[in-house]
Write a protein that binds this ligand. Structure first.
Ligand SMILES: Cc1ncc(C[n+]2csc(CCOP(=O)(O)OP(=O)(O)O)c2C)c(N)n1
Length: 327
């Protein structure tokens, strides 16, 4: 057999196409949600990550099943990549019994222990000390698993962020802090909330490395994550990866984002992570027209099927509201 042609990242053609599939699926999932919100079908706030997909794909692609993610409101794609079926995720958005929380929660706070997904809390930055605690468990149990914790540049101005990084640095925890710097915390532009250019610089104060990278380049994100994971698995402690990106939609689907200019949006849309990666794959000759069409058709079918499933799934009965309580 001829040797498999691999990239310098040691990714085989099938893996590169797989990455492409995830980028397209996560984009399509969010785009459909954006429409469904307007149709009144979604029973939750919707915070799309359109434009930011390369961060989730580049990081989660590098993980093992046993590793944990601590996602944010914009990171539904990490649920899909970690193994939640699109129809289940869509049911969650519709608050149906077939969703993760069986219709008893807004869409954003669910987690799935068996898949390594830790549910998010609403308070900005509050997921980070919890993620550090999870990483401490891995260290104490001598398991070489890693926690990947996501946060926005806005969250990096909260006390919880600094406490989590300090603790992770002191304890050399197996954790990768991934900042999705999309330039705005709701309506606040980054230059109005930070006196430095890079969130990555904050890592140095806590004794570990921080790196600022192009968050719209899925392979750059993957490469940085691989390095951070290798370090974390071998006792080298945490890393902070700041991914520079931009969210195309408002903070949530009800926000028209009047605080930013059309020019700014146009500039960032021209840096769309998906066409850039498509061009790369085509130049590498790992994605021909037929394969592209096949992937697009697969994505469309998956999303259509997920919406149909969720729309036809039963609503929870009122008496089910008190089921599954911990105490
Ligand atoms: C402690 C706290 N303050 C304010 C809010 C309201 N809030 C929710 S998301 C958000 C903006 C978050 O910005 P960022 O951390 O940069 O993440 P992004 O939404 O841009 O991905 C704000 C102000 C909150 N949830 N928690």
């Amino acid at each position: 057999m001829p040797p498999i042609k691999r990239t310098k990242f040691k990714l085989a053609p099938e893996q590169l196409r797989d990455m492409f599939y995830w980028l397209k699926l996560i984009r399509a999932f969010d785009e459909r949600l954006s429409i469904l919100v307007r149709q009144g079908k979604v029973r939750s706030g919707v915070y799309t990550g359109i434009g930011q997909e390369a961060i989730i794909v580049g990081t989660v692609f590098a993980l093992r099943k046993e590793d944990y993610v601590c996602p944010l409101h914009r990171d539904l794609g990490s649920f899909l990549m970690k193994g939640v079926e699109p129809r289940v995720m869509m049911s969650q958005m519709f608050a149906k019994t077939t969703g993760l929380s069986k219709g008893r929660d807004s869409a954003l706070h669910s987690g799935v222990n068996e898949l390594g997904i830790f549910g998010n809390t609403s308070m900005l930055g509050a997921n980070l000390p919890v993620a550090a605690g999870l990483a401490l468990t891995f260290k104490m149990e001598k398991r070489d698993n890693v926690v990947v914790a996501y946060f926005g540049e806005g969250a990096s101005n909260t006390g919880d962020f600094h406490e989590a990084l300090n603790f992770a640095g002191v304890q050399h925890l197996p954790i990768v802090f991934v900042c999705e710097n999309n330039q705005y915390a709701y309506s606040v532009p980054v230059e109005k909330s930070m006196a430095i250019d890079d969130v990555a610089d904050r890592a140095e104060s806590y004794g570990f490395d921080g790196v600022a990278i192009n968050g719209n380049d899925v392979l750059a994100v993957y490469q940085a994550t691989q390095g951070a994971l290798a370090r974390a698995r071998t006792g080298g402690g945490p890393t902070l990866i700041e991914c520079k990106t931009y969210r195309w939609h408002g903070h949530s689907e009800h926000d028209k984002a009047f605080y930013r200019s059309d020019e700014e949006l146009a500039m960032w849309r021209s840096r769309d992570p998906i066409p850039t990666f498509t061009t790369y794959l085509q130049h590498m000759k790992v994605l021909d027209d037929k394969q592209l069409q096949e992937i697009e058709a697969r994505v469309a079918k998956t999303i259509d099927e997920a919406v149909e499933f969720a729309a036809n799934a039963p609503d929870p009965a009122p008496e089910e509201a008190v089921n599954d309580l911990y105490a």
